[in-house]
Design a protein around this ligand. Structure first.
Ligand SMILES: [Zn+2]
Length: 301
């Protein structure tokens, strides 16, 4: 199990919620697609690292800073020696490598993952030195998607291709590793230094009037849902969710989209749309939220 788990970035969460409730401009659609695809690739890589039985601390998704420079790490594995650093790319289809650059088959240059990992490695080395550690680092770019192919692939670069992943993991697993106190101390320090980065300029502007209200199906996201007794039933895919759980999901989504709005029974009643009984909201909110005054509640995540 990972020492630090991966979770979806706030940018991805908000874009996902907004994509269900408003029409996204193409640039936001594209960045939502890229974020989701990247995240899916990272999760696939996590499934492989989770199987490692060698002594290690697996830290997924770190945003660190050293000397004013921020750098993001998809996966970092602390073993006795070395520390492994991975930049995971979920590219799909045919690409080629030429004169130190990566291109799609349609000759469009893409981000050079080797430069990315080089920068992260250098900054991580500086950070470790500042913290007083002298553990070597090995950094790799991982192309995780089995449908990825790189023409003219360079031989001398730290790249792991999809069909090399199992072999790489086996080697990593067989590498002897004994962890000491300072390894744990380092893992704890890195986790505590992790920053969350959410820039509002990466998501479209929106307010209560520009997004579609209503609870939707948590499976197919259709808003054609009906309350039947203590259930919320999707009219499209038939998925059935407990009413209480759907109310809490609605509250959670509302508080993610509108973190500055107060959660009250009236607000949630208006947000949910498909249930008339304010009593039900009151009961669920009371059970799960701290009462602040008579009609206001603060949702506890
Ligand atoms: Zn559905």
């Amino acid at each position: 199990m990972a020492y630090k788990e991966r979770c979806e970035s706030m940018e991805l969460i908000i874009l996902k919620l907004l994509s269900q409730r408003m029409t996204l401009e193409d640039k936001y659609k594209q960045s939502y697609h890229n974020l989701e695809k990247g995240y899916e690739g990272e999760v696939v890589f996590d499934l492989l690292t989770e199987k490692l039985s060698c002594k290690s601390f697996i830290l997924n998704d770190l945003l660190l800073e050293t000397s004013g420079a921020k750098f993001q790490i998809d996966s970092l594995i602390v073993t006795q020696d070395p520390i492994y650093l991975f930049e995971v790319k979920n590219y799909e289809g045919d690409y080629y490598y030429e004169s130190g650059r990566f291109y799609t088959i349609y000759k469009k240059e893409i981000t050079n993952a080797l430069l990315q990992i080089e920068r992260s490695e250098s900054l991580l080395r500086q950070l470790l030195q500042n913290l007083g550690y002298r553990i070597p680092i090995k950094a790799y770019v991982v192309f995780i998607n089995p449908e990825f192919y790189l023409y003219q692939a360079p031989l001398d670069k730290p790249i792991i291709y999809p069909n090399q992943l199992n072999q790489f993991m086996k080697k990593l697993n067989n590498h002897p590793s004994t962890l000491k106190d300072h390894h744990k101390r380092l893992a704890d320090q890195l986790v505590s230094m992790h920053q969350t980065d959410f820039k509002k300029d990466k998501i479209p502007p929106y307010d209560l009037h520009s997004v579609k209200k209503g609870i939707n199906c948590c499976l197919c996201h259709s808003f054609n849902v009906t309350v039947l007794g203590k259930k919320l039933v999707c009219d499209v895919c038939g998925y059935t969710e407990g009413l209480d759980s759907s109310i809490l999901r609605g509250v959670n989504e509302f508080s993610l989209l509108f973190p500055n709005e107060k959660i009250t029974t009236n607000v949630i009643h208006d947000w949910f749309q498909v249930l008339d009984s304010k009593k039900t909201f009151l009961r669920v909110l009371k059970k799960n939220c701290d009462a602040v005054g008579k009609k206001e509640f603060i949702f506890i995540k």
